[in-house]
Design a protein around this ligand. Sequence first.
Ligand code: ADP
Ligand code: MG
Length: 491
Amino acid sequence: MSSSLFNGWEVVIGLEVHVQLATRSKIFSGASTATGDEPNRHASLIDLGMPGTLPVVNKEAIRNAVRFGLAINAEIGRRSVFERKNYFYPDLPKGYQTTQLAEPIVGAGEVVIRLEDGTEKTVRIHHAHLEEDAGKSLHEAFSDGMGHGQTGIDLNRAGTPLIEIVSEPDMGNAEEAVAFARQLHAIVTSLGICDGDMSQGNMRFDVNISVRRPGEPLGTRTETKNLNSFRFMEKAIKLEVERQIDVLEDGGKIVQETRLYNGDTNTARSMRTKEDANDYRYFPCPDLLPVLVSEEDIEALRAEMPELPDARKARFMDAYQLSDYDAALLAASIATARYFETAADHGGDAKLAANWVMGDLAAKLNAEDLDIAHCPVPAEHLGQLIQRIKDGTISSKIAKQVFEACWAGDGSPDQIIESRGLKQMSDSGELEKIIDQIIADSPAQVEDYRGADEAKRKKKIGFFVGQVMKATQGKANPQQVNQLLQEKLTP
Ligand code: ADP
Ligand code: MG
């Protein structure tokens, strides 16, 4: 089951993933799911479970859950049941969360993940169920110097529809867990059922981790909750694996508990020992009828399924002659895929577009911690830049300069090339004059070059190329410069 050992220990990981569905209204009321508004603007009485109110289930939330089920080849629950999970928490004034337990909408399925070494692995999905989100506690410190503060409750998020996806414990290290999380992200964003903005908590990951000696039964697990970035997830897993191995090797025992990870300090702490399901006194919600999904409903949704990441990858390889690796990377997120396709179409060169998206663009996004959806350079502009490299207007070196200017908001590539006079020199007469001058000014280097053998000349020509580029401010075509120099330097 696991792919690698850590000091003789096998790591076992299972994920519970909360996916916020991109419906306009909440799961049991007509209140808006909009975010960013004043606190408690969208705190519907129904979602707060006020006496006398009755919930009505949002059909689009049901359809979204079914779409997910179809995407992972799962059995769709033709009948599913909402239950009350009872617990007290300030951000849950109802006193219970409406969720599903015994009869979820999505049954067992599977997700195929691809690892860095090119191998594939199947992660089984135990089930996925529909539920409502809770509100948010906002902690605010007073500046009274006494450490006092106050906590406010914002219930705008209460009742936002979620699907919770529960995996089998099929992952054996952080890389596999992150690959699984990314593939789920790719699937739900491709389906259009989730906006996928991790920084907004659109997807939250709870990671269950245990370790054991190979061949032994599963060890006691801990759960690290609410990770909302792939990078933090990887770090949190490594940290917890090390901690568990340390505890066990010191003769200690792992306590089944819920842990909280702090990304700023790369530390984690115990939050509470874990409750068992029966502590929650689940029972079917008497206010909601069972949800029935017919064969026709399922077939209708199946017929209109959008392209999924694996199909998109195959199409990229086929249509753009991309390698398996490039295609997989570009198809992995719907936003990246759209950006790449637009840039490739406008630029007329898929390979160049792929290199730019995975190279300079990715590096820049990474450095500024930006999602491609918020990229300051529109895909059409990258396409235009690629066109100008292809048609020889600019060299790839100047292209990097133009790209930086685009990023800074200085305009389109054509505007920048024009206003800064960055066009490559195409007049060979003008270039020849510059080269002749440089040769005339460098008698020692010319003699040195002419006295060298073939191999050494290749190196020594660099001096002249550098001089020409300096004199032309990088606007000469490097191939043309090389060719002219060789002609003129060969006696
Ligand atoms: P509970 O009923 O307590 O929520 P589940 O059996 O539903 O527990 O499992 C919850 C999650 O924990 C699942 O993703 C599952 O794969 C994972 N899991 C269960 N046992 C282990 C274990 N020993 N080590 C790691 N993960 C586990
Ligand atoms: Mg469970």
